[in-house]
Design a protein around this ligand. Sequence first.
Ligand SMILES: [Zn+2]
Length: 224
Amino acid sequence: MKEKDYLLETCKHCGNKGLLKIVANYKQPYDEIEDYSVVFSSDTTWLLLECPVCNGISLYKTYTDDTMVIPNGYELDVSMEYPGSKYDFQNVPKSILESYQAVIKTSKVDLSICLIAVRRVLEKICKERGSKEKTLDAMLKEMVNIHILPETLDQCSFLIRKLGNSGAHGDDIDILQSDILELIDFIETILYYIYELPVKIARMNNKYSLKLENKTDTDKKTLE
Ligand SMILES: [Zn+2]
């Protein structure tokens, strides 16, 4: 097995994390030229991947450009373009990310267990943001009160909590696969809003040299 023919990634069709086979590879270099010299260049690579477990096909993208300099070279933006989970989570804490991945895995297998997993993600987010409350209900209220979660997302959270309770208590609830997909969408939005968006905004600001005043605070918003 040649390493360059495979990529260690999670298949979003089935949740399998493993070596996905690279079945096609396309590079798209770009140079912007002014007065006969290159003033900006970027590199985009597209990989078509096949999952050995479910045979699902995914499209993976890497991107880098001149502005993305880091001490040992260039930063690489990676994203799974298809199948669409809208977001690529690079700044979500590991333990929360693992719980989120459990949601994705169980969503194909057991909806009640999946609901419990959804609840667990929410609890972990609240704890990571410093909540000392005992119940998820109280934790979420606190998150909204101190503006870590906006009120609109709290309404999604309310739904998640309701459904999660039903899962945890083994109630006989009618839940459709499509409802589960909606819930996953809510969870992803919350993760993106709390962990990814601040980093992206900070990066954008840095890019245009608008240094944030309290730069050390941008990555993490916690209870003071
Ligand atoms: Zn798969």
